[in-house]
Design a protein around this ligand. Structure first.
Ligand SMILES: Cc1ncc(COP(=O)(O)O)c(C=O)c1O
Length: 403
């Protein structure tokens, strides 16, 4: 008889981590024990009552009823690619439809682009704190993530001196997330120009994660490429946030006209062929989304700005807690002045067990665990948020007093 030993998993699994969902295991335990859990860990607007506009739902439904249920072209259906190209072009970044791919969310765009751009041991410059999919995918590819700091004392702006100090000859890619998750920051034009110049100086491809581009509180943020249409930029976005349909897994990437990226376009199309296509009925919502009524976005921005203000005010009022005011999206990254020897994960787990409030610890985004950062998703209603911050206030007072 062959003994039943467990089947070993690949080594790369050890390099793949996504804290935003990992902590849910503990939350389920807390829930099973009878405490109501408030899920502030995933940026999932429909879970908080926000829904995609009806004309997009109708477009998907129509596509299904019209028999658009087969495989589609690997790079995406033409009307969607045309609409994406027109959207970027209209915002000052001229893009042609043959350099656009429709993807299964921004997430797949990120995976495809990194797979097309980096080899084993190549370096990818990523912001710190970082959206953890980047480090997970970079690890999976056997490449190396190199952090450049963003600075909470300057509104979470990228620290360009630090960026200059960490770049080596092994760097291939610079990742810019603007508007940013997890900090809620947006970057001024001068900073964005400096990042483009830096990428140019070091011969890097620039990955611009613009999934929150429509959710700046003062209005949409222009695409990075609009500052320099000839820079080698690949932009990602999706229907997930600005169109409130994350479960549709429908997004896109667009590659700038820079001839330096011509081969990369070919590589991306080759990779896209291998996964056949992204969800076809949902692709039929892209053109109506980008070319149609966007009034839901104005309302969403107002709702987010109000929640951001409630969040910043309540957190800043907690002794031992500091919080930079976000300027876009639905995230804040406060800091708790932890007692020596405690980690951000200790605090987040203790908060969860005592109050049912579930946030993500900053070290899940690459921050040093003793610095006490955590990320909050503030999509809940303002009244719910006030209740949640009252629970945090009481808990934090006890925690910092060692009770
Ligand atoms: C910065 C950033 N990039 C990408 C994604 C993934 O989005 P999508 O649903 O488009 O795959 C998210 C989701 O939260 C995100 O915050």
């Amino acid at each position: 008889m062959i003994p039943h030993t467990s089947v070993p998993v690949s080594q790369r699994i050890g390099r793949f981590s996504y804290a935003i969902r990992n902590i849910v295991t503990e939350a389920l335990r807390v829930e099973a024990a009878g405490t109501r859990v408030r899920y502030l860990n995933v940026g999932n607007p429909p879970a908080f009552g926000f829904q995609p506009p009806p004309h997009l739902v109708e477009a998907v439904e129509r596509a299904m009823r019209n028999g658009e249920n087969g495989y589609g072209p690997s790079p995406g259906i033409s009307p969607a690619r045309e609409a994406i190209a027109a959207e970027y072009t209209g915002r000052g970044w001229p893009v042609s439809a043959d350099r656009v791919l429709v993807t299964s969310g921004t997430s797949e765009g990120i995976e495809l682009a990194l797979a097309a751009l980096v080899d084993q041991d190549d370096e990818v410059l990523v912001p710190l704190p970082v959206y953890p999919l980047y480090t997970a995918v970079i690890g999976k590819l056997g490449a190396r993530a190199v952090y450049y700091r963003t600075d909470p004392f300057r509104g979470w702006q990228p620290d360009l001196d630090h960026l200059n100090s960490v770049v080596t000859g092994a760097a291939r890619v610079l990742v810019v997330i603007d508007p940013n998750n997890p900090t809620g920051a947006t970057y001024p034009a001068a900073t964005r120009r400096a990042l483009i110049a830096f990428a140019d100086q070091h011969g890097l491809a620039l990955l611009a994660d613009e999934v929150y581009g429509d959710l700046g509180y003062d209005g949409p943020v222009p695409p990075l490429g609009s500052l320099d249409p000839d820079a080698p930029i690949i932009s990602f976005s999706s229907l997930s946030k600005g169109y409130v349909a994350p479960g549709w897994r429908t997004g896109w990437l667009a590659v700038s006209r820079s001839p330096r990226l011509d081969e990369v376009v070919g590589a991306l199309k080759k990779l896209a062929d291998g996964r056949l296509c992204s969800t076809v009925p949902m692709q039929h919502a892209i053109a109506p989304a980008l070319a149609g009524d966007r009034s839901h976005q104005a309302a969403f921005r107002v709702a987010l700005k109000e929640r951001a203000m409630v969040t910043t005010k309540a957190l800043q009022a907690i002794p031992g807690v500091t919080c930079v005011a976000p300027t876009a999206a639905f995230y804040a990254m406060p800091r708790v002045a932890l007692p020596p020897g405690r980690t951000d994960e200790d605090y987040v787990l203790a908060l969860l067990r005592a109050t049912g409030v579930l946030c993500v610890y900053g070290s899940g985004f690459g921050m040093p665990a003793d610095e006490g950062f955590l990320r909050i998703v503030f999509l809940a209603s303002p009244d719910d948020l006030r209740e949640i911050y009252a629970l945090m206030r009481e808990f934090t007072g006890n925690y910092l007093a060692g009770r």
